[in-house]
Write a protein of this length. Sequence first.
Length: 451
Amino acid sequence: MMRGQARQRKAIFLEGIDMLISGKPLARCLATALLPLAPVLAQAQSPLSALAQPWYTPYGIAPLEIFSQDRDVLQLHAGAEFEWHSNLFALPDGVSPSGVYGKSKRGDTALRALAGVTFDRQVSLQRFRLDASVLPVKMLEYSRFDHIGYSAGGHWDWSIGRPYFGTLGVRLTRASTPFGNYYIDRENIERRARVYGSAGMRLTPDLAVFVGADTETLDNSYSGVQAADYRFFSAEAGLRFSRADARTVDLVWRHTNGDYPNRQVFDTFGNVLPGAIDNQFTQDAILARLQVRPSDDSRIGGQVGLTKRRFDHVPQRDFSGPTAGLNVEWRPTGLFTMRAELIRDIQSEELLTASYVDQTTLRLRPSYRLSGKIVLNGLVSRMRASYEGDPSITAGSARKDDINIFGIGLGYEYSRTIRVNLDARRTSRTSNVSSVEYDDNVVSASVLASF
């Protein structure tokens, strides 16, 4: 009977009928009845959204930053952008958003502004970096999703004499859940916090040992999606081999305890589970982190390893297998650059069900300098997401999605401090669950300034 009710709720949504179910608005029911929505966080970001993120990318809690660019001690950033979507809510063809969002218009334009500051200073053996940015967003049609996001944090590379070194940092962010993650009639604000630190000792000029720990939390503002809230604590230990400034390799053991304070009551198909599920897990990984510069015009960074995740209460979700996140940059000529990313990971925080997604992504980003001021950029991305191990009471195979993104853009350097970007891309999702398939065309323009 529960399975039949869940199917009925889905059919009502696809017909776009605004009605009540069990005395609750349809939109609230859809927050739990239509859960199987593929994550879009790995898809192409707008230039402003990317700039609002921290400008350094730590690998785990022992960041390797031999490729970080020289920066001024203090920089100010400002920008503005418009971004138009033909299918804002990632709905299947022929489905009207009126049943959930109150209007029949499928497309909308987002207006964003950016104001931020970064600080970077070397003081003897210590290096301090701070950054903060605010990103207000205005929707022209669906103004209920207007919000103000932010990102702020600090990072300290510390050293005591020659032998002892480490890191200490914190990152706080506030952002709206991307459209297409959940079908809900209101905005959900994600608040994330990360605190990390590490300490190491050099045994020889090339070899060092280190340990570290970090915590991550996610809190959702809307009660209907708070089953995705999490609390992660991780610890790690490893060996680091570093040769000059061209090669750094870490061999790391990393352990994580994951806790979801709110129990899961629906499976990924919207069916009520026989009982609330505790998604607590433990995870161990053996990783090789590396940043290598094989030549003056190429570099490789990222990590590869073996990961094993064990769920205390739902062992059918256990995962064991290779994971990786590699970035390769190759510049065969002074005009052409190719960047490639290969990512295989298990995502757990991007679903209302808190079930992990086995996700593999290949992304190519070629760029060609047409002139001294104009750059032609491309994007080709293919992602396979397999929704494995969900404790479902329904029969059938696991959901599998393919998300393809094709994009092209122009970057114009008006001056050393001002850049203009024009971009167009198409996103298509196909799946063995037809109700989540969609196409979306996006056009954006932005101007960014740094002082």
